[in-house]
Unconditional design. Structure first.
Length: 135
């Protein structure tokens, strides 16, 4: 028999699903029930896209910022096109890992978190260096 909630195969005498905890009705299921959401979520892929976008725009606008240090417009562009997508990528990646999505999406989410985290760390270090007056 299969769990009504998560679709995992259960022993015929199981009173509840060991994976999700949903109680069974004790009857044999003739076939695997259709789950509400069997499509894999594209959250990991979206997170990776946002992380790559943040990385590229961070390089572009960051290099301009080092040349034109006092530009408020460049600070806004760095915030809007680098920091926000990187933070969103980290949040989406963590969501994929917490929800327990498996396979390719999980691996993509880990790469997205690592890349976006690197972008955020680099931006933080850059701000610290600029604030200290070294550059």
């Amino acid at each position: 028999m299969y769990c009504k909630h998560c679709g995992k195969e259960l022993a015929d005498e199981a009173l509840m699903c060991p994976d999700c905890g949903t109680p069974t009705d004790g009857k044999r299921a003739a076939q695997k029930p259709a789950l509400v959401n069997e499509q894999p979520s594209p959250r990991g892929t979206v997170a990776l896209f946002l992380a790559i976008f943040a990385f590229v725009t961070g390089i572009i606008f960051g290099s301009f910022f080092y040349v034109f240090t006092g530009s408020a417009i460049l600070l806004y562009m760095i915030g809007a096109t680098t920091i926000l997508p990187a933070l969103t990528a980290v949040c989406l990646g963590i969501t994929v890992l917490i929800r327990g999505e498996a396979g390719k999406e999980r691996a993509i989410a880990i790469v997205a978190i690592a890349l976006a985290g690197t972008v955020l760390l680099f931006l933080f270090l850059s701000v610290c260096i600029i604030a200290s007056g070294v550059l």
